[in-house]
Structures are given as C-alpha cells and as structure tokens.
Design a protein around this ligand. Sequence first.
Ligand code: ATP
Ligand code: MG
Length: 237
Amino acid sequence: PLGVMDQIDIIARLRARPGLRLGIMGGAFDPIHIAHLVTAEEALLQFHLDEMLFMPAGNPPHKVRSLAPAEFRYLLVSVATASHPRFLVSRLEIDRDGLGYTVDTLEHMAAVLAPGTEMFFVTGADAVLDIITWKDPERVLELCTFIAATRPGCDLSRLAEVLEKLGPGLMGPGPEARVKVMEVPALAISSSMIRERLASGGAVRYLVPDSVAQLIEKHGAYGTAAPEPAAPGARLT
Ligand code: ATP
Ligand code: MG
C-alpha cells in the first residue's frame, strides 16, 4: 500500500504541471553510482528540465544477468536521490509484471501526464545504440527526446550511423532532432565495476553515495560480508 501511495503522489505532482519538461532516467541501477547522479544533474541543467524521474527497471529485457532484488535497487536509488529537490523515483517498472520495454513505459507516462508534457529520456550514448533492438524504436522517438550522455572525445560515429538508418536528421543540435548528445565530465564508473569491487572486498567510497555504501554493507549485498549478527542476549546500548 505504501508503494501505491508513493506512485500516486509522484504522478499527481507531475500531472499538475502542464508544459513540464520531464527527464526520465531508466536503468537497472544495480547499484546506483555517482556517474548516474552527475549525468542526471547535468541533463537537468543543460536541457532546463523541471524534474528528473529515476526509473529503476523491474526485469529489463536486455539484461540476462540476474539483478539484485528490485525493491533493494529501488531503496538505493531513493536514498541516493533523497536530498535533491528535483530528483524523483518511480516504482512504475518495478511494480509492473512482465518485461519492461521502454516504449511501454513511455506510453504509460504520456497517458498519465498532462498534455504538453515534454519527456526527455536520459541514457548513456552506449545505451542509445540498443534502441534499434528495443521494441518499436520509431514510436519511442516520437514519445520522447533522447539525451545521450557521453564522455568528451567519445566516438559517436556508430550511433550516428545507426540513427541515420532509422531516419534522417534524428541526431543533431537542431530543435527537430530526437537524439541530443550531452557531454558529461569524464566518468568511467559503472555498476559492473562497483559490483566487482564489492565482491572482491574493494573500496567504493566516493564512487557511490555514502548512504548507498552503508545500505549495501548493512545487508551484505553484492557479495559483501554480511555484518555479524548480535550475540544472543546482547543488548544494544
Ligand atoms: P552496468 O555496468 O551493470 O551496465 P551501468 O553503470 O551501465 O551498469 P545502468 O543501470 O545500466 O548502469 O545504467 C543506467 C543508465 O545510466 C544507462 O542509460 C547508462 O547508459 C547510464 N550510465 C551508466 N554509467 C554511466 C556513466 N559513467 N556516464 C554516463 N551515463 C552512464
Ligand atoms: Mg550499462
């Protein structure tokens, strides 16, 4: 019930604002790290967005590896974004049964938000390449503008090539472009790197927010050693 209330509140808050420029950041967030946060903040600023909605995936079609429980990934995203007034977290994909295709998520959002809301889907430039394997790429590009985050100097020729096949002029700086490239400060951080470090007992301080590292450690997630249970009869003082 708490989850449902949470979702209703967020949608109501967003629906009440016609003309809203809404960023949506999808991903597994397994776990969320500071490159996600920096990218989201940069998109908010560079594209004058009003809100950034983080949308942790439930059961993404393109990840075969088994993910940490959705509820735990949601919790990590929530604590990581709690202090930012314009960062919100959606339960939409984790509460929905079945595969979470981006096009279905965007259709749902378009249906529940006020007419005239503009949606911007923020993703790494690498992930935009997956568009062609997603369900219904043409519709996806109708529903939202893509903000493709890249490191300065990154080679985007393959992305440009792939998009050219979908339709001319899709990528570029103009107002008609559906895919906009955004340079973010160089960050080689990825969730896989964080997971590897955690599993091998390495340090992740400053790579994930402190609150995220603390929750991971507290629950012994990602192969970290779970904390010793209290001895029988021990008192918390
Ligand atoms: P994994 O290593 O498991 O693939 P990830 O770090 O790529 O994880 P995801 O949850 O897959 O994280 O990514 C969510 C979104 O954030 C994707 O659009 C992804 O491209 C983007 N992203 C991830 N890492 C970075 C980064 N260092 N800089 C910019 N964008 C990133
Ligand atoms: Mg990834």
